[in-house]
Design a protein around this ligand. Structure first.
Ligand code: COA
Length: 211
């Protein structure tokens, strides 16, 4: 049996709280929260904020830290600082999630309740596969991307780095979405999406803003 981990959570807001509860449901222990914007000593769930990044100095080098930050760029930056400082990025998988034995999931990725990752999918580092998301067979989800609750990727779809797929949005099989894209809530991607765009609607098209 794997030994019980003590996992500190970087990010004491909503997403961090969900991860803390996942850590407990996995039978691990929450070591406390780290957050640069919440005062040390603030109670969060049944734990407490230890402080900001500097508070890590009080934790043993090599401790487990889970990434509890929703914003993709910020999560990527914090992950790099943690690794540089000698901490281990905790991968946290909710017990109700289903991950194919032939799929791979990178370090620091969280797979939330009822998420499904099917055969030979490749999920990178620091990714969020949120509640009830579906990553179908042979998909590639690159580092620090986020599939929101209910988002669905058809087979062999590819999602770029730091891309955010919104609530209940979908990408059809073989669909490709570049880096740093936002796919709006409820959208359906049926054509390739270039990097750095926001797309919305069914079928998804670049967001036209009013002047
Ligand atoms: C697409 C999105 C990023 C746009 O946000 P924004 O840049 O702040 O845009 P605005 O809210 O100013 O809306 C701009 C226009 O797009 C429309 N729009 C916004 N989101 C839309 C969506 N998901 N689908 C269709 N149209 C949308 C608005 O109605 C508005 O149209 P209008 O100019 O005719 O009034 C955002 O609405 C969205 O869907 N984000 C995903 C949120 C999500 O899933 N979060 C998950 C958290 S776990």
């Amino acid at each position: 049996m794997a030994s019980r981990r003590t996992v500190s959570i970087y990010g004491a807001k909503g997403h961090g709280k969900v991860i803390a509860e996942m850590v407990l449901e996995c039978g691990d222990e929450v070591g406390g929260f780290l957050d640069d914007g919440v005062p040390a000593g603030t109670p969060v769930l049944s734990s407490v904020v230890l402080g900001g990044f500097d508070a890590l100095a009080r934790l043993p080098r090599g401790s487990w830290v889970a990434l509890g930050i929703g914003a993709n760029r910020v999560r990527e930056r914090i992950a790099q600082r943690l690794v540089d400082a000698g901490f281990r990025l905790a991968t946290v998988v909710h017990p109700s999630a289903v991950i194919s034995p032939s799929a791979t999931v990178g370090e620091g990725t969280v797979v939330m309740a009822l998420a499904v990752v099917n055969a030979e999918a490749r999920v990178g580092r620091g990714v969020i596969l949120n509640t009830r998301s579906v990553t179908e067979h042979e998909c590639v989800v690159d580092d620090f991307a986020h599939l929101s609750p209910g988002a669905t990727l058809g087979g062999q779809a590819r999602i770029g780095k730091r891309t955010h797929v919104g609530l209940n949005a979908s990408v059809i099989h073989l669909g490709t979405v570049g880096d740093d894209v936002t796919v709006g809530a409820g959208a359906c991607v049926v054509r390739p999406v270039d990097s750095n765009l926001t797309v919305v609607g069914v079928p998804a098209r670049p967001l036209a803003r009013r002047s």
